[in-house]
Ligand binder design. Structure first.
Ligand code: PGA
Length: 240
């Protein structure tokens, strides 16, 4: 049985003071479900410090595909591992769309992260135009196969995040999510956790998590509000 995971993606939000309050609330409130927060680089040490010895894991939102060297502004997998980081988001659609990350680059980051002992949370998802053109499976297969050509999934996590559902308030229906998760499941096998992401809220989480191939969520906006994130964690726990 796959253990459910709820991962928060804080994106470029937060401050020492607001993070402190949020982390306190999560430490006090998360029970009975695996949970992680992916925080901005400058706050990794703060997360490490506060979450040490708790059940909440933490991670980064991006990482370099290169081991070290003259890559100004980049952060290596070894640095994340050095801090004790467990997770790292790889191939998030905002990285792909806003920063031009390619499938090959995302696959290289995935391999580098695994090589350093980190667990990638690898994101795939189609745009609205791609969905409307009936290309959803082709797109997510292409993104995933770039990784599978070089790496085994191992204990990495897969996240299906339809681009049209991210930050838009327009979530995929549970059936739409299950269709794609079922398709991805055939490629990664029964042991890999597949999270759904894209406008997951306290109100819709339980219905999405009830789908057989949805093993939890990757939560953006709602992960910044302790009460909302805790409600989503409770919905994941309720499933099993
Ligand atoms: P959202 O973001 O929950 O705000 O839609 C999800 C994500 O981008 O990981």
């Amino acid at each position: 049985m796959r253990a459910r995971l709820v991962a928060g993606n804080w994106k470029m939000h937060g401050s020492l003071a607001t993070n402190r309050a949020l982390l306190e609330a999560l430490v006090a409130g998360v029970r009975g479900v695996e949970c992680a927060v992916c925080v901005p680089f400058p706050y990794l040490a703060q997360a490490a410090e506060r979450l040490r010895g708790t059940a909440i894991a933490w991670g980064a939102q991006n990482v370099s595909e290169f081991a070290q060297g003259a890559y100004t502004g980049e952060v290596s997998t070894a640095m994340l591992a050095d801090l004790g980081c467990r997770y790292v988001l790889v191939g998030h659609s905002e990285r792909r769309q806003l920063y031009g990350e390619t499938d090959a680059q995302a696959a290289a980051k995935f391999a580098a992260a695994q090589g350093a002992g980190l667990r990638p949370i690898f994101c795939v998802g189609e745009t609205l135009a791609e969905r409307d053109a009936g290309r959803t499976e082709e797109v997510v297969a292409r993104q995933l196969d770039a990784v599978l050509a070089h790496s085994k999934f191992g204990d990495a996590v897969l996240a299906y995040e339809p681009v049209w559902a991210i930050g838009t308030g327009r979530t995929a229906t549970p059936q739409q999510a299950q269709e794609v998760h079922g398709f991805l499941r055939m490629r990664v096998g029964a042991a890999t956790r597949i999270l759904y992401g894209g406008s997951v809220k306290a109100q819709n989480a339980a219905a999405i998590f009830a789908m057989p191939d949805v093993d939890g969520g990757l939560i953006g906006g709602a992960s910044l509000v302790a009460q909302d994130f805790l409600a989503i964690c409770a919905a994941a726990q309720a499933k099993g």
